[in-house]
Write a protein that binds this ligand. Structure first.
Ligand code: NDP
Ligand code: OXD
Length: 324
C-alpha cells in the first residue's frame, strides 16, 4: 500500500483526554463510531498507523506525532494552547470546540458575575451574615459599562446577553469588529480608550504569546473606577496565562480593582498558598466556566469527520500563526 492510500484508509479514532469527562467521551465515541474504530489512550496499543483522527484534551505532547496517517486533530475544548505547545505537533488541521452550547455556558458565568457586581451581592451577603437589613442605592444596568476583551464566538455571545440586560458594552479585539450595540476597539492603539470606559472587565481571550501577562497592574490601573459600579472589577474566563496573579492582588490592595471573579489561573489547580484563595473580594472557580456538552461535541466531531471524508475543508480550525 502506498503512503497516500494508507493515509486515506486510516479512519480509526484516538481519544486522549485528561479529566473527569474522559470516560464519558470514550462511551460516546464508541456509541457513535463503533467500538472497533475507537482507541482510548493510554490503552490504545500499537501500531498507530490506523489512526486517522485524534480527539484530545491535555493529551501528552508527542502522542499525535506517533500517528503517521493522522488527518485531523479535534481539541475537546475551545482553547487549544496546551495542544499548540506540543513541539512536534503534526501539520494537520486542528479543529477546536465552537458551538452555541459552549458560548451559552461561558456567557452564563459572565452574566452571573456581572450581575453579582451590579446587584452588590457580596455586600448583601456580608449584611446577611451580620443580620443587617439595609437597602443601598441600585443603579440601572444602563449606567454601567462592561468591557469585553476578545470578541470571538464567546465574547460576542456574552455581549449580546449583556446588551439584552441593558448594560453598556464595549469590546476589544485584535482586528476590527462590528458588533450590534457594542462600541468596539482593536489592537494596541485601541486598548487605552477601551479600558478608560470599562468598569467591569471581562476577559475572554485565548492564551497566546501576545496575550500572555496582559492583565497586569499597569493595565488594571487604567480601568474606570469612578462609575456607577463603585470601582473596577475583573472577570477572567479566558485563559489563566493572560493574568498576573500577584498583580491582581496588588491591584485589589491599592484599590485599582474592587473585586475579581477568576475561573482560570496561570497554574492550575491554583496553588494552595495563593492569596487569591482567601481574598475577601475574589471569587475563585476551578476552570469550570463552560464545558461544551460532550454529546454535542461528539456530534460535531462526526459532522466534521464526514466533511473530511467527502473532501470538504474542516471548520473552526486553528490558525497556527495567530495561535488560536
Ligand atoms: P475565538 O477565537 O472565537 O475569539 C478569540 C477573540 O480573542 C477574538 O476576538 C480575537 O480577536 C481576540 N484576540 C486574540 N488575540 C488577541 C490579541 N492579541 N489582542 C486582542 N484580541 C485578541 O475564541 P472563543 O470566543 O471561542 O474562545 C475564547 C477563549 O475562551 C478560548 O480561547 C479559551 O481560552 C477560553 N475558554 C474558556 C473556558 C472556560 O471554561 N474558562 C471555556 C471556553 C473557552 P480577532 O477577532 O481579531 O481574531
Ligand atoms: C475550553 C476550556 O477552552 O474548557 O473549552 O477552557
Amino acid at each position: 500500500m502506498t503512503r497516500a492510500s494508507a493515509a486515506m484508509q486510516a479512519d480509526a479514532i484516538l481519544l486522549a483526554a485528561e479529566g473527569e469527562q474522559a470516560e464519558l467521551y470514550a462511551r460516546l465515541l464508541r456509541a457513535r463510531f463503533g467500538a472497533q474504530r475507537v482507541r482510548v489512550w493510554p490503552q490504545q496499543g500499537e501500531p498507530l498507523s490506523e489512526i486517522g483522527y485524534a480527539c484530545v484534551w491535555k493529551a501528552p505532547h508527542g502522542l499525535p506525532a506517533r500517528c503517521p496517517n493522522l488527518k485531523a486533530i479535534f481539541n475537546l475544548g475551545a482553547g487549544a494552547d496546551h495542544l499548540l505547545a506540543d513541539p512536534v505537533l503534526p501539520d494537520v488541521p486542528v479543529v477546536r470546540a465552537v458551538h452555541r452550547d459552549l458560548s451559552m455556558r461561558v456567557s452564563e458565568y459572565v452574566v452571573l458575575h456581572v450581575l453579582m457586581v451590579h446587584r452588590r451581592q457580596r455586600l448583601y451577603d456580608a449584611q446577611q451574615r451580620e443580620g443587617v437589613w439595609q437597602v443601598h442605592a441600585q443603579p440601572g444596568a444602563n449606567e454601567m459599562t462592561v468591557g469585553i476583551m476578545g470578541l470571538g464566538h464567546i465574547g460576542q455571545h456574552a455581549a449580546g446577553l449583556l446588551r439584552a440586560l441593558g448594560f453598556n458594552v464595549v469590546g476589544w479585539s485584535r482586528t476590527q469588529k462590528s458588533v450590534p450595540g457594542v462600541e468596539t476597539f482593536h489592537g494596541d492603539a485601541g486598548l487605552d480608550a477601551f479600558l478608560a470606559r470599562t468598569e467591569i472587565l471581562v476577559c475572554l481571550l485565548p492564551a497566546t504569546p501576545q496575550t500572555e501577562g496582559l492583565l497586569n497592574l499597569a493595565l488594571l490601573r487604567k480601568l474606570r473606577r469612578d462609575g456607577a459600579a463603585g470601582g473596577a472589577f475583573l472577570i477572567n474566563a479566558g485563559r489563566g496565562r493572560v493574568q498576573v496573579d500577584a498583580d491582581i492582588v496588588a491591584a485589589l490592595e491599592e484599590g485599582a480593582l474592587a473585586g475579581a471573579a477568576l475561573d482560570v489561573f496561570p497554574v492550575e489547580p491554583l496553588p494552595a498558598d495563593s492569596p487569591l484563595w482567601r481574598h475577601p473580594r475574589v471569587t475563585v472557580t476551578p476552570h469550570n466556566a463552560g464545558d461544551i456538552a460532550p454529546e454535542i461535541l461528539v456530534e460535531e466531531i462526526a459532522r466534521q469527520i464526514a466533511r473530511c471524508e467527502r473532501g470538504l475543508p474542516l471548520e473552526n480550525t486553528i490558525d497556527r500563526t495567530r495561535g488560536y
